[in-house]
Design a binder for this molecule. Structure first.
Ligand code: SF4
Length: 68
């Protein structure tokens, strides 16, 4: 599934890393990014932990763009 991050909405709470540490990393200021890329959209395996991270982001800074 394709995930989009919206850094402008991120409040640097760190919750997404708790659920999906293999996916989400942070800039020095704590704002979300994907590991190993500065792209804001990424195709990733559909996992329950990743869905939890998206669902539980308190500000809607993570979106699922499509379900395959
Ligand atoms: S859960 Fe949402 S607000 Fe918190 S760090 Fe991740 S993207 Fe940012």
């Amino acid at each position: 599934m394709k995930i989009k991050i919206i850094p402008d909405k991120c409040i640097a709470c760190g919750l997404c890393h708790v659920h999906a540490p293999e996916v989400f990393d942070y800039h020095d200021d704590g704002i979300v990014k994907f590991y190993a890329t500065d792209q804001q959209q990424k195709e990733l395996p559909d996992t329950s932990s990743l869905r939890s991270a998206v669902k539980l982001c308190p500000t809607g800074a993570l979106k699922i763009l499509e379900d395959i």
